[in-house]
Design a protein around this ligand. Structure first.
Ligand code: UFG
Length: 330
């Protein structure tokens, strides 16, 4: 039996595929390579190139493989892009989930682990954020992921498809060996951008706003290492395989770092200077996002191994410096 990883050529997807293979699972990957990289996929995985929304293609994968369950990463995930092109997000994310659940139902596959997000919560009422907190997204990206969570809920009631939604906070780092890492075009995420400035590939960093109600006025985020996320997906899959009910989990480190603190941490790890300027607020950004991950630790027995901002930056820096042009360098 195989695990089907949809979106397995992306940043978090490829680390999860690699981790599953290291843990002796058989893995089938589906990816349309719109943002992912074929070189990121562990060669022991079987790869089908195609789009989730292509029902015939997807059905063919399910018919050809012996699929036990699905891990779903294939969604657009850039907050500012979603503000500019909301319908692109509804089409790929929500319609993609629609087709996937239908094809799973038709093929009697009843387990799905889903890559959800802190962005489903929006502006937090209190910190840290627990699973039962109100979900009121502040951007279309978060709205589509919330819609996808709800689709799985109703598909569970109607068809018995069990799900785990993993709501990650901000993800960083890379496989410590440096073989795979984060490679987005264009890059919009804070840590890789700060590292590009440290490396001299960009002149300076623009911090989006310093007038938020936080310790230093810049946004506060909770960073989790991509390898710890990969393990959380494995544990969530095992949880479903053991016959447990559908569930949601927040995944973070329970520690918040302001954007300026991330710059300081990068300077410390790399020994490089990071020139910066303060710009306008970025539309759609909530002020503070910090996870309460107690439930994942208790129910899934999730035990993060790389729970430090310096380790996250160190591994991301290792990838950046050995792959200055991302997968083009491989
Ligand atoms: N930021 C800057 N300058 C930049 C880039 C980012 O100041 O050049 C700031 C952002 O305004 C924000 C923080 O850095 O305050 C983090 O921004 P990212 O773009 O790295 O990450 P987001 O918080 O917007 O979103 C990420 C993921 C989402 C996920 C979310 C949950 O992209 O998928 O974290 O917190 F939902």
């Amino acid at each position: 039996m195989s695990i089907l990883v949809v979106g397995g050529a992306g940043y978090i997807g490829s680390h999860t595929v690699d981790w599953l293979i290291d843990n002796n699972y058989e893995v089938v990957v589906v990816d349309n390579l719109s943002t992912g990289h074929q070189k990121a996929i562990n060669q022991k995985a079987k790869f089908y190139e195609g789009d989730l929304r292509d029902r015939e293609f997807l059905n063919n994968v399910f018919q050809s493989e012996n699929i036990d369950g699905v891990i779903h990463f294939a969604a657009f995930s850039i907050v500012p892009e979603s503000m500019k092109s909301p319908l692109k997000y509804y089409d790929n994310n929500v319609y993609g989930m629609n087709v996937l659940l239908e094809v799973m139902h038709e093929n009697n596959v009843d387990k799905i682990v889903f890559s959800s997000t802190a962005a489903t919560f929006g502006e937090a009422k209190h910190i840290p954020i627990t699973e039962t907190d109100e979900q009121i997204p502040t951007n279309p990206y978060g709205e589509t992921k919330l819609a996808m969570e709800k689709m799985m809920h109703w598909a569970d009631l109607a068809y018995g498809i069990k799900f785990v939604a993993l709501r990650y906070f901000n993800v960083g780092g890379a496989k410590p060996t440096g073989e795979i890492g984060e490679d987005h075009h264009p890059e919009t995420h804070l840590i890789p951008i700060v590292l590009e400035v440290a490396r001299g590939q960009r002149d300076k960093l623009t911090i989006f706003g310093d007038d938020y109600d936080t310790k230093d006025g810049t946004n506060v985020r909770d960073y989790v290492h991509v390898m710890d996320l990969a393990e959380a997906h494995r544990l969530a899959f095992e949880y479903l395989q053991s016959g447990n009910e559908s569930n949601n989990f927040n995944l973070g480190s329970s520690t918040g770092f302001s954007n300026l603190e991330i710059v300081e941490a990068v300077k410390e790890v790399t020994g490089k200077d990071v020139p910066l300027e303060i710009g306008d607020r970025r539309p759609g950004d909530p002020s503070t996002l910090i996870a309460d991950s107690t439930k994942a630790k208790t129910v899934l027995n999730w035990q993060p191994q790389y729970d430090s901002i310096s380790k996250i930056i160190e591994d991301a820096w290792n990838w950046e410096t050995t792959h200055p042009n991302g997968y083009e360098d491989k």
